[in-house]
Design a protein around this ligand. Sequence first.
Ligand code: PLP
Length: 467
Amino acid sequence: MSKSTVVVETMKRTLNKYGAGAGGTRNIAGNGSLHLALEDELAVLHRKPAALVFSSCYVANDATLSTLGSKLPGCVYFSDSSNHASMIQGIRHSGAKKEIWRHNDLADLERKLALYPKETPKIIAFESVYSMCGSVAPIAEICDLAEKYGALTFLDEVHAVGMYGPRGAGVAEHLDFDAHVAAGNSPDAIPGSVMDRVDIITGTLAKAYGIVGGYIAGSAAMVDLIRSYSAGFIFTTSLPPAIAAGAQASIAYQVEHIGDRQLQQLNTRSVKSELARKGIPVVPGPSHIIPVLVGDAGLAKLASDTLLNEHGIYVQSINYPTVPVGEERLRITPTPGHSTEQLEHLISSLDQVFTKLELKRTSEWAAVGGRAGVGAPGAKAVEPIWNDSQLGLLDGSAPRMLKGSRKMAIDLRAAEVALSRVSRLLGKPSIKADSVHVAFESADVLDVESQLASIEQASRKTIEARA
Ligand code: PLP
């Protein structure tokens, strides 16, 4: 999606005008209008007063948490046990006290919050979509507890920005879908909305937005504090201008165009229901992440190798310590660019690999009392985050899944908006959105070819390494 020509064209124009590098740190020669424009874009995306861009979200999380924890006297962190390494590192670097609460367990969080007087400064740090298990945090309920016990909330939306919400601002936005649709692209907070109640939101420019960089968004005072004290922001060269401009175009396109998000979820639904039909065990979850339970480290690696070597499909195996021993899995992430043929190939390949390696199917996990939520007795079906109406299934506006020669659609209106976002600095775009459409189609073909070539190369290397 963000590899689209709109983004590449914006990056090329910026590169031609401003050159390759940023020229310095943000405080010394490396601060340009493009950085400020990107931060404005991000602040509006999250309807927060301010945003600050970093080299990556790893750096954003580490820098922000280490600064907040060290500047708020007596601060205590309440960290979800499945939090990403960047948050764990930031909390550790702050030197502040921490309490780790069981993943997504509100009762455990409340028990731990209640250990401290209300006047103790507290920060609850958590993610929206957890990428290894596909679970989603109960954000509104965590905000309720934060209010009750006097805590700030720090939410990492790395696996959600660009993919959830009517404008792609993440799960916090998605939870008040209709209100955000009605508010359009207003910079003002919607009072009482979940996104408004979260104090600090962090995100990456490297996943759905397809480039590189990370950011925080929140109050002007908090952003100023981080800008003024955070070593990870101050002592490093800023993002190159072409990266900043490309990221802004990518965000702007996704704000204006919901179709890629809907298509990703339609593909996810289709894969989940086909896997269920074949009895292939999927750890239940409401997001686009599809964890296929294998339950053994050696077999998970072998299943991943077999998929690559015999079926040309790259899917990572996830082992301990990322997941508990006995819950090893394959992690599948459908994208909006996958065609129905590719999805069918994935399903039939997984089916063959499960048979060949004699991996347990859902009924076999149920027979031993369940594992990782698969086949658990009396388990309720998990409702997906995106409902039928949000996917456009009720009014016929849902995008069509890619099939045969059908290519990913480009939204010409969104492309115009994205191309013109930086025209104040770069002048009028040299191409028009409808020519982007043509260029995009050929770029798409090239992409598939280069992906196949890299899969072939990877298979060859694995075979050679084994020989
Ligand atoms: N937060 C989470 C939850 C992540 O999964 C990742 C990276 O994968 C990061 C932060 C770091 O993001 P970035 O790749 O922009 O450094």
